[in-house]
Design a protein around this ligand. Structure first.
Ligand SMILES: N[C@@H](CCC(=O)N[C@@H](CS)C(=O)NCC(=O)O)C(=O)O
Length: 115
């Protein structure tokens, strides 16, 4: 369970209990994602905490530790604000650059939190 207050909003997340096969299927899906972030950013920390609680393996790209990540984020996402979740394109949609920590957490939760 994860509870964190943010401007009077709260997040209540349950940690999933997946089988090895289920975890492997989830890992395959998250292999096409990356989180742009930096250490010391509260909003990034909130998303990283949710990623941990949801037991997701999502590549972390620190834009301060590696300026190339920041350049790519600006070029393709349109701004250097973090956190930003990158979702590789699929046959159904183009690649996506999702800003706003609450939107990212909601998305990950809807897709990966077990009922
Ligand atoms: N409402 C946003 C706030 C994000 C935010 O303020 N991020 C800061 C770092 S903690 C940032 O990137 N500021 C620089 C900028 O916006 O260019 C969220 O919840 O994701």
């Amino acid at each position: 369970m994860f509870y964190e207050s943010n401007h009077n909003k709260s997040i209540d997340l349950s940690s999933p209990n997946r089988s090895a096969a289920e975890q492997s299927a989830v890992d395959t899906q998250t292999a096409s994602m990356a989180l742009y972030h930096y250490d010391g950013c509260y909003f990034s920390a909130k998303v990283k905490k949710a990623i941990t609680v949801l037991k997701l393996k999502i590549e972390l790209r620190d834009i301060l530790a590696n300026s190339r990540h920041g350049e790519i984020l600006l070029k393709h996402g349109g701004k250097t604000t973090v956190p930003c979740l990158y979702l590789e394109e699929t046959s159904e949609r183009p690649d996506t650059w999702m800003y706003e920590s609450d939107d990212i957490i909601r998305y990950l939760r809807e897709r990966f939190e077990c009922p």
